[in-house]
Design a protein around this ligand. Sequence first.
Ligand code: CP
Length: 357
Amino acid sequence: MNKLSPQLRQPVQPKDWTAGIERPQTLLDHVVEDPDPLVDLSHRPVVSARQFDRAKTMQLCRLAALYETTPALIQLPLTGKILISAFYEPSTRTRLSFESAWHRLGGDVMSITDPASTGIAKGESLEDVAEMFNNYGDLVVLRDSSNEAVYEMLEALRIPIINGGNGTDEHPTQALTDLYALFKWRPDLMGEQVPEERKVRMGIIGVPNRMRTVRSLLLFLSLFAPAFKEVVIISESDTNFDDGQREELEEAGLKLRVTPKLDTELPELDVIYINSIAWVGDSYVKLGERLRLSADSALKDGAIILHPLARGEELATDLDQTEHNWYFAQARGAVFIRMALLTTLTQRIHQVMDTPE
Ligand code: CP
């Protein structure tokens, strides 16, 4: 008797459709190429969303869209270069999309997924590890559950480091991924002025002072404040902002409101960003688990859902086959936005953009 399951008797089927994956050309057509903001990022560390401005963000999104629409453009600009991928916390998307991006650009990768397999287990300082990284690689991506580790390594590094998530502090390249998805959906939101009727209302189901993804995202959104009627923080937490965090965002022009009521907000939201996991110490905590989305939720027609993933019960899988699912396109885009960033930091943009040498 043939015991093969039906899935094993046929080739892997392409997915019929994922909302949003056809959009990078729209973004590409919307942004005029300008290499100067990216030249300015060459050979710099990337630790905080605060290091970016509108022009850098837009040009990175444009270059990502160029990579996504034109795979033939990739001339392996990182051949001979080595990425040190140091992830001292679990990761699916950040580690694999960075490594995929580096490989796609022609480079080689050394991966550390457990600090106990390095001299850190013998008490070696992060500064000493960083000194070794200078000799062995050309760029480091670090994820660490400590807010400070990336700053400690920065002291001793002479190669760029990218913060792949530091404790509850920041995750700037996740926020770039979020913006890349948002601007593929609506490139006009990048405008310095956005007409009132084109502005969007965005809901963030998450806790800004406990989730690094949300903290970095809000900083990036504040660069594009004219795009938003308001940003509604939907949270059941007693405290949502660190001292000065909300003020900084509002001073940059972002209109913020906080509410615990998801159901009353949902029908008015054009974009919903949802996350419930915060990494604290050596494990994660779930925040706002009761705030959930499913295909039965009262979502506005055409509203998009973003999620940094991994998901829990807050995001039902019955949304996956709906037009609201932009979270898979968002995760796919992570490779292209990271390719754009890596090309920039390694001073290789002259291979893909018209720049003065
Ligand atoms: N979005 C994100 O940081 O996912 P990972 O934890 O899988 O890297």
